[in-house]
Each structure stands twice: as structure tokens, then as C-alpha cells.
Design a protein around this ligand. Structure first.
Ligand code: NAD
Length: 366
């Protein structure tokens, strides 16, 4: 098959890490008989420099026309870059917000996977880590508290602030369907997280999730209160497969889950809409402090490309091959600087490599 991939290389380490992901995709293409055609899309600081705005209408059209979009990262040093002297709507991040809106990306998927080889970076005790864990957090991205009505007013002489948490049943249904669809490609377990003992929006969430669950008899599901989920993530993370939750709970829980995996350079993410397309990007930023030095870790972007293969193109076997190659490279002792052990005596067991070399090693193992 031929796939048309929109590529947002972006700023900072973006172009370096995206190049390595393309290298791995090309190797997949060679091995499994696919072609990936890349079309560069300008967004972020590089778009400001070239066009005066962080995202043009042409760029939006390119992203919409692509089968999926793979992104590096955008933005610069927020204290020193001239991009941050522009008004907020013209800064690099405004481009990303506009793109998410234009593509109607309402579902955000972030995996939290503990690599056997990186166990030392996990802050949890060995007996809690056990055999490791492998979960994804499916977070609603466009509704809830962050998008509800808000105001600050004086009531009886006191400043009073109000935020509103609103969800319609349609908004809940479409994210629940995404969550159950993802579970079908994994271990077929959904934990729906809410605060139904207090919030009306959560009681509606629960009702709709139960309706959706009826269409997925193979998937087992449970409801969990968000406070309990926050505890369970650090007490028994292996129990989770797909965590399905609303915007603010997901914001907090996905950061908690990623912290327990260790390194920022390993964390992939996907944002999806109700078509097969999606935006795939690492969870980290553009790391301007290390840009251009060939030391960035490309693994989060390579794993984001694997998610693109799995969820946008239904190429599960190929996605498995990329993930296995990443595991193998770690097993073989190769590390970028961010995942090298800090203690001198432990360093001798590993080979430190740069961004390009890491990409080569993973591509070789596909
Ligand atoms: P950051 O994630 O870019 O960097 C934080 C720290 O982690 C830095 O020390 C960096 O060197 C390191 N790091 C990050 N990714 C790494 C990798 N792949 N390999 C090795 N080390 C890595 O966060 P920041 O410094 O707060 O933000 C820098 C810029 O990125 C800002 O302009 C910010 O707005 C932007 N940003 C963009 C996105 C996005 O494009 N989605 C997300 C977050 C931040």
C-alpha cells in the first residue's frame, strides 16, 4: 500500500527526531512492501519565519489531505526566542492549537510502558513494578472543564471564580467508542475513570460508557473513581490496559502514568478524530537546549510512528516490528544520553549513541 504522510518537522530537535522516524518507516516499507510518501508541512516557529504565522490555511489543507500526520515538536526557548515576543495568537504553540481544532482531534492517546531495560529509571519499588506495565490513557481533549463557561465576578463583596464542566452524551460516546476500539487492539480491558459519587457529568459519563460497552462484548470494563485511580497507578499499575477518561482527569493521570515510566525521550502520543487520520507526536517538547547536537532521543517519535501504523493504517504487524526493534536496541545496551544511567560505575555496561545512530540501530533491527 501507499501511504501519504504529512510531516511536521517543526523546531528545535523536531527535524532531527522526525528524520529518524522516517528512516524506520522506510525500513518497514521495504520489508513489508509499503511506500510512505512524505509531504512537509510548516508549523510553529519555522512557519512564523517563513510566512509570518505559525500555521497557514495551506498547511491546514495539507494536514487534512494526508492519511495521517507525523510531528516532531514545535517552539523555541520561551525566554530568549523572538517568537515569544509576538502576541499569543502568533506564537508557535498557537499553530498546534489551531491544527488540533481544524482536524477535530478530540481523543488523545498516551501509552505508559515500562521497558524491562529501563526499570532503573522507574521511581516505584521493585515489588510494585513486578513484571512491568503496559497501559494507554485515552483522554477526551476538547470538552469538560477546560472548555466550559468561566467567569470571575464579585459576589457579596468577594471575588468569586466559576468554571463549568459540561459534557454532552455525544461527546462522551465518541471518546468511549475510541477507547473500546483501542482496547480491541490490545488486552481488551477498559477502566473508565470518573467521579460519579459527586459529579453529574461523571454519572452521565458512566451511563454512556455502559451503553457503548454493550457493543464490545469481548472487552471487559470497570468503573473507577479518579482518586482511587491516582492511587492505583502507583500501587498496582499492571492492572491497567486502557484508561478512558475526561479531559482534566486525563491531563493529570497521563502525566502521573508517564512519570512512572522514567524518561521523557521515550513517550509517544496520538491525537485522533472520528476518521482514521490522526496526529502522532512525542510527548516532549522541542528541547532547544540540545537542538542541532545529534544527541536527542528519537525513540518517542519512532514509537509515535508505530502508533500511526497501528491506529491510522491498521498495520499491526508492522507496528509490532517497530516496537520490538526499539526493545531490542535497548536490550543490546544502546542508550542516548537522556537514558544513560547517571552513576559512573553503571555506564560501562552501555554504549552511548547519538540521535542518528539510534535511528540506524532501530531501523537495522526492524
Ligand atoms: P522539552 O520537553 O522540550 O524539554 C525538557 C527537557 O527534556 C530538556 O532538558 C530537554 O533537553 C529534554 N528533552 C526533551 N526531549 C528530549 C529528547 N527527545 N531527548 C533528550 N532529551 C530531551 O520542554 P521545554 O524545554 O519546557 O520546552 C521547549 C519548547 O518546546 C517550548 O517552546 C515549549 O513550548 C515547546 N513544547 C512543544 C510541545 C509540542 O510541540 N507538542 C510540547 C511541549 C513543549
Amino acid at each position: 500500500m501507499n501511504y501519504h504522510v504529512g510531516v511536521i518537522s517543526g523546531d528545535g530537535i523536531g527535524p532531527e527526531i522526525v528524520n529518524e522516524a522516517k528512516k524506520v518507516l522506510d525500513k518497514i516499507g521495504e520489508k513489508y512492501g509499503h511506500t510512505f510518501e512524505y509531504e512537509e508541512i510548516l508549523m510553529g516557529g519555522c512557519s512564523i519565519d517563513a510566512t509570518g504565522v505559525p500555521l497557514t490555511d495551506h498547511a491546514i489543507e495539507q494536514a487534512k489531505a494526508a492519511d495521517a500526520v507525523l510531528m516532531g515538536s514545535i517552539g523555541g526557548n520561551t525566554s530568549t526566542s523572538p517568537w515569544y515576543r509576538l502576541e499569543p495568537s502568533l506564537r508557535p504553540e498557537a499553530g498546534l492549537l489551531k491544527l488540533r481544532k481544524s482536524l477535530n482531534l478530540f481523543a488523545n492517546l498516551r501509552p505508559a510502558y515500562l521497558y524491562e531495560e529501563l526499570k532503573a529509571a522507574c521511581p516505584l519499588r521493585d515489588e510494585i513494578i513486578g513484571e512491568g506495565f503496559d497501559m494507554v490513557i485515552m483522554r477526551e481533549l476538547t470538552g469538560g472543564l477546560y472548555f466550559g463557561e468561566r467567569k470571575t465576578e464579585e459576589v457579596n463583596g468577594k471575588l468569586t471564580a466559576t468554571d463549568t464542566l459540561t459534557y454532552s452524551e455525544d461527546e462522551i460516546r465518541r471518546i468511549a467508542v475510541k477507547g473500546f476500539d483501542i482496547a480491541m487492539k490490545r488486552r481488551k480491558k477498559v477502566t473508565s475513570v470518573d467521579k460519579a459519587n459527586v459529579l453529574d457529568s461523571s454519572r452521565l459519563w458512566r451511563k454512556v460508557v455502559e451503553e457503548v460497552a454493550k457493543d464490545y462484548p469481548e472487552v471487559s470494563y470497570e468503573h473507577m473513581l479518579v482518586d482511587n485511580c491516582a492511587m492505583q497507578l502507583v500501587n498496582n499499575p499492571a492492572q491497567f490496559d486502557v484508561i478512558l477518561t475526561e479531559n482534566m482527569f486525563g491531563d493529570i493521570l497521563s502525566d502521573e502514568a508517564s512519570m512512572v515510566t522514567g524518561s521523557i525521550g521515550m513517550l509517544s502520543s496520538a491525537s485522533m478524530n472520528d476518521t482514521k487520520s490522526g496526529l502522532y507526536e512525542p510527548s516532549h517538547g522541542s528541547a532547544p537546549d540540545i537542538a542541532g547536537q545529534d544527541i536527542a532521543n528519537p525513540i518517542a517519535t519512532i514509537l509515535s510512528a508505530a502508533m500511526m501504523l497501528r491506529y491510522s493504517f491498521d498495520l499491526d504487524k508492522e507496528a509490532d516490528a517497530v516496537e520490538a526493534a526499539v526493545k531490542q536496541v535497548l536490550k543490546d545496551g544502546y542508550r542516548t544520553v537522556d537514558i544513560m544511567p547517571k552513576e559512573t560505575e553503571k555506564k560501562s555496561a552501555f554504549t552511548q549513541v547519538g540521535c542518528k545512530k539510534m535511528g540506524d540501530l532501530i531501523a537495522e533491527r526492524v
